[in-house]
Structures are given as structure tokens and as C-alpha cells.
Design a binder for this molecule. Sequence first.
Ligand code: TYM
Length: 329
Amino acid sequence: MDRLLTGLQPSGALTIGNYCGGISQIVNYQNEYETFLFVPDMHAITVPQDPEALHRNIINAIAMYIACGVNPDLPNMHIYIQSENLYHANLSWIFECFTPHGDLTRMHQFKAKSALHETFTEGLVTYPDLMAADILLYDPKYVPTGIDQKQHVELARNIAIRFNNRFGELFRVPEPLIPSVGAKIRDLQSPENKMSKSSTNPKASVFLSDSEKDIRKKIMSAVTDSDGVISFDEQNKPGVSNLLTIYSVFAGVNLEDAVTQFDGAGYGDLKKAAAEAVVSKVIPFRDKYNEVISSGIINDILNSGREYSTEIAREKYELVRRAVGFGRI
Ligand code: TYM
């Protein structure tokens, strides 16, 4: 079985954007691939986190993956916490010593996040090396993500190619797996930006844990434009295009059909339909989520995920360690 690998940071509650770019793809492919799904808590501390909230978000993220349809009972499904597998940090260090600094500081995400504060941590710079380690330890064929992580996966590919050229075949060169619709769900209040877990505007993001009332309220107050025509044009009509995308993904209607369906309708109709589609899909997740939390299964899932992922990662790390000349002959 080929492998698929992805992670979703526990830096806040998961959004419908995370569902589209990450979780839904895992759910779609979980029967065809050996799947490595982990919580990148080490990535989360590249910006300040409250430790208690971080612990909680880690467990909540796992429960939400399962609530959304990830099946932990599949023998080919491995769910684990990044920091519980020490090989991620070890391989990241090696990558840090081989990656030119400029390759890291040209990353879009680094530029955007470092511009938000007067100072930033070294971890924010080396973040893509850690992400490359997360990926390359397991030789996945595909890395499902939204469009925002494409550049990081490309860096991981470059690192793999560089190491393979220098030391012989060490890594499988992975490919990003980006959905054709829903790769960038936009902020409902500033649709030129992507929807994010950590937005400070409470109306900007729909969380998978939101109540029905909040989902409807947020989508009904989404920013659109003043020309009153429903068409898909991300450049000039990002708000309306975002609502069409959300409707398309959550109602399971293809994008062209959605555009035809709303031809001549008002923005209010589109918002109502998008809200209805999200509510029908997401509200059942909440019931399942509560079931998972109270069932007490999460610890067992994480223990076996840690054990299996550590075994795979150890083998790969040993090869790399020897290749770069560490330790005794
Ligand atoms: P993160 O936690 O920001 O996002 C998790 C996943 O959700 C996708 N995503 C979106 N997709 C569509 N629309 C949006 N508005 C949206 N926002 C987020 C992301 O693309 C991602 O797939 N660095 C990663 C976590 C990570 C990782 C990895 C991923 C660490 N190591 C190894 C893959 C492989 C991140 O911050 O994702």
C-alpha cells in the first residue's frame, strides 16, 4: 500500500478550511492508502501557546478527526502526536544543517507570520525543515493539504532530491495532494485572506465545533461585494467565489453546477444555501465528537500510533544518521 501523510496544527479549534484541505481528503483516501495522520504540536509552539490550551487542543483535534470520519479502526490508519516521536526533531536538525537559510526565509508563510510581530522565534524560520522531516521519515507518496502548504511540501521535495543526489536513494520524493475545489477557503470577513484557526475576528472563521446558530450567523454576515451578480471569479469576487466554493464542497455539488444553480439569484439565497450545506454536514460531527471524547478511546489510539510511527521513523533516521557520518562506524 502506498502511503499518505498529513498533519493539522493544534493551534486552535479546527475550521471548515482545515476540513476541506486536510481532513476530508484523508477520509476520502483512507481505504486506499496506509495513512499517517499526526498532530504537529511542535509546529504549534513556533508562535506563543498557552500550555493548558495546547494539551486540550491536541486531544480535541484527534477527537475531531474521528468525528469527521477518519476511521481509527483501520489497520492501515496511524494517528499520533508529533512530539511523542523524537525522530521528527532529530531529522529536522539534520535538515536545518543542510538547508540554505534563504530557502526558509523566502517561504510565504514565514514572511506573513514574521511580519505580524516585532520579533519572531528561530523555530518560525526552521519550521519547514521540521515539516520536511515529518514527511520524509515515512516515504509517503502523497501529502494532502490546502494550497497554503504547497510551498512547504515543495521544499520537502527539494530536500529529498538534494539528499538523494548526495547520499544515494534515502527518501521517496512526495507529491502534494491538493483538492481541486476547497484548497483555499477564505476568511468570511476579509475574503482576500485564507480562513484561519487563529483569526482575531470572531466572525471570520467557521469552526467545526460551532453551534448551528453561529454557523448560520457567520455565513449570513460574510462579506461579498456590491455588484450583485453570482459568478466564480476569485480575483475580483473573492467573497462570492468563497461562498460558491463552500456550498460546492459541503453540499457535494460540483462547482460549475453550483454556479449555474445560482445564476440570477441574490447573495442572500447563496448565503442561506451555503449555511444550510455546512450545518447539515458539520452538526453531526459534534455529536460524534462528544461520543469520542467520552468513550476514552483516544489514549489507546495514540499509544499504538506512537509505537508504530516510531518504529518506521527509527529505521529511516538510522539510514540518514549513518549517511551523514554521525556516531561510530
Ligand atoms: P495547518 O494546521 O495550518 O492546516 C491544516 C491543514 O488544513 C489546510 N488548510 C486549509 N485548506 C483550505 N482552506 C483553508 N483556509 C485552510 N487552512 C488550512 C492546510 O493546508 C493543511 O493541510 N504546516 C502544516 C501542518 C504540518 C504538516 C506537516 C502538514 C506540519 N507538518 C506535514 C502536512 C505534512 C500547517 O500548519 O497546517
